[in-house]
Design a protein around this ligand. Structure first.
Ligand SMILES: Nc1ncnc2c1ncn2[C@@H]1O[C@H](COP(=O)(O)OP(=O)(O)O)[C@@H](O)[C@H]1O
Ligand code: SF4
Ligand SMILES: [Mg+2]
Length: 386
């Protein structure tokens, strides 16, 4: 942990370091409270009856994003769907039939436009949401997501860092109690041990032990996100869902938080699902990237392969919209403009979810949902024409 702290500070500018050590600077006025962990909406989940059409296909045989090679699979999602009940009793298909494996120690990036289901998938994979359909396996064992105890036990292994460092920390609690809460819930350490651990964790994330007695509103966005990271680390998880952890931060602070996450991963052998809509950041931090559209995974490959040989028409359009830092290349590059709007997840197209906007769509695309299959070694794509 010492090493993490040192390495991260080494990469900060002196201005950034002094901003961190002062503690009181960049005091933000926003003090809205939240429970610290986002909770499921009161909207009911889809009934058991609707789960009966559970697909019986073997996802491993279909090889939907499941090439394991010699890597150890930490988390495996099998035909995971998550629907929300919305007005009129209709089902909103936030996540649809996702098959995914996350390897121990890797960072899997998850990208896609706002509303495509990234957060819902992240929360479902870590047991905050009970999937409407499908199964989850952790460390080779199926998780009984209908058992409260099993889900509770799983929260000891899987944690989340939320997007909004302002809303995700309870403003009525001190920083120390926020970080300590998870340890208390999971009966870790005695009171003195927890206090000691809080001090260590604050140090690990680049804050100091005196910050434990302060309140979240006394900190800047970047510092609050460090508190959120310390809270996630407190119960020594193996898997962390980083749900757009830097999108709400100033650009100058973003690199610090990314560097901290990378250092922590190395030192603590963490596995990340890193959710973002900024493709440049995802490319920088991820070993592999999954591209999501309307609740489904469209393409999955190593970061390098995805950028070198983008196969899916949606990924191509998404990547062509990313600015290139070279002005010559940027002015000459061909952009693919996707026309039309994303369809409603309440009324998903029957076939390929992208068929209403895809310039290459055929009649088959409108009728038949393409399966995510391995089209190149370790490169998976859900498209009829690839
Ligand atoms: N608790 C909820 N109740 C109803 N609909 C939800 C809920 N959470 C998310 N949604 C809907 O699910 C879809 C996916 O949302 P989300 O997972 O937040 O997407 P992203 O993180 O990619 O922006 C959106 O249409 C969103 O409105
Ligand atoms: S399956 Fe058809 S509609 Fe979907 S991305 Fe491929 S070509 Fe486009
Ligand atoms: Mg989100």
């Amino acid at each position: 942990m010492e090493a993490t702290m040192k390495k991260t500070e080494d990469r900060m500018t002196s201005e950034q370091s002094s901003a961190l050590s002062s503690g009181d600077e960049r005091v933000m006025g926003k003090t809205e409270a939240s429970s610290g962990r986002e909770v499921e909406s009161p909207i009911d989940e889809v009934s058991k009856e609707e789960q009966k059409d559970e697909r019986s296909k073997d996802p491993v045989k279909e090889k939907q994003g499941t090439k394991t090679e010699s890597k150890e699979v930490l988390l495996k999602a099998e035909h995971i769907s998550k629907y929300f009940r919305v007005s009129g009793g209709r089902a909103l298909h936030a996540v649809e039939d996702v098959n995914l494996e996350i390897y121990r120690g890797e960072t899997l990036g998850l990208v896609g436009e706002s509303g495509c289901g990234k957060s819902t998938l992240g929360r479902t994979l870590m047991g905050i949401y009970k999937p409407t359909k499908g199964k989850l396996y952790y460390d080779g064992k199926e998780l009984d997501l209908h058992s409260t105890k099993a889900r509770f036990d799983f929260t000891k292994k899987a944690q989340i860092v939320f997007q909004d460092p302002y809303a995700s920390l309870d403003s009525r609690m001190t920083v120390g109690s926020i970080i300590e809460e998870g340890m208390e819930i999971h009966n870790m350490y005695d009171t003195a041990g927890r206090k000691k651990r809080v001090a260590e964790l604050l140090h690990t994330v680049g804050l100091n032990s005196e910050h434990a007695s302060r309140f979240p509103h006394e900190f800047s966005g970047g510092q609050r996100q460090r508190i959120g990271i310390a809270r996630a680390l407190a119960i020594e998880p193996e898997f962390i869902v980083c749900d757009e952890p830097i999108s709400a931060l100033d650009v100058s602070i973003q690199a610090q938080v990314i560097n901290l996450l990378r250092d922590l991963q190395k030192d603590m052998h963490l596995t990340y699902l890193f959710i973002a809509h900024d493709l440049n950041i995802v490319k920088y931090i991820s070993d592999r990237i999954a591209v999501m559209y309307l609740g489904s995974i469209m393409e999955l490959a190593s970061s390098e392969d995805l950028y070198k040989e983008t196969l899916h028409p949606y990924s191509q359009a998404l990547l062509s919209a990313v600015p290139i830092p070279d002005p010559d290349k940027e002015t000459t590059k061909q952009r693919e403009i996707i026309s039309g709007d994303v369809p409603s997840p309440i009324n998903r197209p029957k076939g390929c979810p992208f068929s209403t906007r895809c310039p290459k769509a055929t009649e088959r695309c409108k009728q038949e949902m393409p399966v995510l299959r391995e089209v190149r070694p370790n490169h998976f794509c859900a498209c009829h024409i690839v």
